[in-house]
Design a protein around this ligand. Structure first.
Ligand SMILES: Nc1nc2c(ncn2[C@@H]2O[C@H](COP(=O)(O)OP(=O)(O)OP(=O)(O)O)[C@@H](O)[C@H]2O)c(=O)[nH]1
Ligand SMILES: [Mg+2]
Length: 268
């Protein structure tokens, strides 16, 4: 059994920075994990790249040879990845062993996890290869400062949740940029009634029915739980990682193994 995080979220939400901070954290605590680059447009990395989509296909080539723009080119690259799951990905995954922990740094184009099936098929492939996978959805705390942005962030996260059908953890990134902690707290543990009245204040009266339906949706799916992440704090990274590990049952088998090798136990 392998373990994997699929790190997704809008462009610039801090996915690659999160991956590299997570990598450093794991180094510090003596834990092995591998970060995989799935962004064909990425150029600079703050983490050692364990697997790299750019070895399969280069965005530059695609744009040049097919005359595509950056976003169309990216979709082409991802579809190419989808077509190569059985050979390229399978071969790459063969380099990893049973208990390995992989973190996939995904591109930020939102259509990848809301419209096209590539990530869904990618995840299905990982599952077939015996990986426990969790979606880690990053949302920039800077976009959580008012109710309309909050709702829009929730909807984007929900669309990924519905598409991928994975255990799903929402993370509020860049908490170091939040100066007024109280503004954010309203959104970390929101009261549906408070959200609704704020939303009604912002929107014209004819939206009140829609507002009610949206808040009910957000409330019922219990998707409003965002875990704050402040990369300056080791304790914050540790907490986020523990939540995710729990989600993919990482560490549960390890406990059993430690027991198996208990030196104090008689092996008669
Ligand atoms: N202050 C602060 N800035 C951050 C943090 N995380 C990321 N950033 C900055 O936000 C910008 C985008 O970060 P990335 O990690 O590249 O974001 P990304 O989600 O990988 O972006 P794409 O791959 O382009 O979608 C960079 O300028 C980062 O330095 C954080 O925790 N705090
Ligand atoms: Mg990135």
């Amino acid at each position: 059994m392998g373990y994997a995080q699929l790190v997704i979220g809008p462009a610039g939400s801090g996915k690659s920075t999160y991956c590299s901070s997570l990598y450093q954290h794991c180094e510090t605590v003596g834990r092995t994990m591998h970060v995989v680059n799935l962004d064909p447009a990425a150029e600079n990395f703050d983490y050692p790249v364990a697997m790299d989509i750019r070895e399969l296909i280069s965005l530059e080539d695609v744009m040049e040879e097919l005359g595509l723009g950056p976003n169309g080119g990216l979709l082409y690259c991802m579809e190419h990845l989808e077509e190569n799951l059985d050979d390229w990905l399978t071969e790459e995954l063969n380099n990893y062993m049973d208990d390995d922990y992989l973190v996939f740094d995904c591109p930020g184009q939102i259509e990848l996890f809301s419209h096209v099936p590539v990530l869904k098929n990618f995840v299905e492939h990982l599952k077939r290869k015996n990986f426990n996978v969790c979606a880690v959805y990053l949302l920039d705390s800077q976009f959580m400062t008012d109710i309309t942005k909050f709702i829009s962030g929730c909807m984007a996260s929900l669309s990924a949740m519905v598409q991928l059908e994975l255990p799903h953890i929402n993370i509020l990134s860049k908490m170091d940029l939040v100066t007024k902690k109280r503004d954010i707290e309203d959104f970390l543990n929101p009261e549906p009634q408070v959200l609704l009245s704020e939303l009604n204040q912002r929107m014209a009266p004819q939206f009140s029915k829609l507002n009610k339906a949206l808040i009910e949706l957000v409330d019922e799916y219990n998707m409003v739980s965002f875990v704050p992440l402040d990369l300056r704090k080791e304790s914050s990274i540790r907490y986020v990682l523990a939540q995710i590990d729990n989600c993919i049952q990482y560490g549960e088998d390890a406990d059993v193994k430690i027991k198996d090798f208990d030196p104090d136990e008689d092996d008669d």
